[in-house]
Ligand binder design. Structure first.
Ligand SMILES: CC(C)(COP(=O)(O)OP(=O)(O)OC[C@H]1O[C@@H](n2cnc3c(N)ncnc32)[C@H](O)[C@@H]1OP(=O)(O)O)[C@@H](O)C(=O)NCCC(=O)NCCS
Length: 179
């Protein structure tokens, strides 16, 4: 059962996903793509066709050419949010935020902010200079989240995905003075 609107933050747990969590990750990720198709570059149609090995390898540190912090927010054992921090090998000074999503029933209680803070702490510990993310320009909740967390628009605008009329903007936050 999902946490109710009245649940306090202390009842949530945020932890790192491991390969053994692939089924829970698959379920929450597909739920996010179904719930918020305009928020992500990828689609439910694309990822629902993934094999078990794809879900597992996403969560397997040994199988990636990048450092990742795959996070899940849980209420009891129920996943109610996810977000990923990623640092690509090609640019070790920039951490990226991907896949940010909180279940509709659990929104407005600081879960996304807590996920973002965990990624920020991780990026600072990795000596990154910057956190960067891409957000659909019309997504007021997500833009509000990143604005209130100190992210600024870089001025760079891109298409959400091929064939979509929606645009995304790049937002960044410097970390040099954040530690
Ligand atoms: C965007 C999203 C992740 C926010 O999750 P959340 O857990 O409800 O956010 P939080 O409760 O942590 O809110 C943190 C801050 O974000 C901002 N915010 C959150 N929801 C907002 C809304 N509907 N409108 C404007 N600002 C909003 C506020 O500044 C808020 O701080 P405050 O409550 O102190 O005012 C959630 O709405 C969601 O999953 N949306 C669909 C998927 C998505 O858009 N992902 C982002 C991809 S870039």
């Amino acid at each position: 059962m999902l946490c109710s609107k009245t649940t306090h933050m202390s009842e949530f747990n945020i932890r790192v996903l491991r390969p053994a969590d692939w089924l829970a990750y698959k379920s929450v990720r597909l739920a996010s793509l179904k719930d918020a198709p305009d928020s992500f570059g990828s689609t439910y149609e694309r990822e629902s066709a993934f094999m078990q090995s794809e879900w597992e390898s996403r969560l397997d540190p040994a199988g990636r050419a990048k450092s990742a912090l795959p996070l899940v927010a849980e209420c009891g054992e129920d996943p109610i949010g996810i977000a990923w921090g990623l640092v690509h090998d090609t640019d070790s000074k920039v951490a990226h935020v991907y896949q940010m999503w909180v279940s509709p029933d659990a929104r407005g209680k600081g879960i996304a902010k807590a996920l973002l803070e965990r990624i920020t702490t991780w990026a600072i510990a990795r000596n990154c200079d910057l956190i960067e993310l891409s957000v659909t320009t019309t997504n007021d909740a997500a833009v509000g989240l990143y604005d209130s967390s100190g992210f600024l628009s870089s001025g760079q605008v891109e298409d959400l995905r091929e064939g979509s009329a929606l645009k995304t903007k790049i937002m960044v936050k410097g970390l040099r003075n954040a530690a």
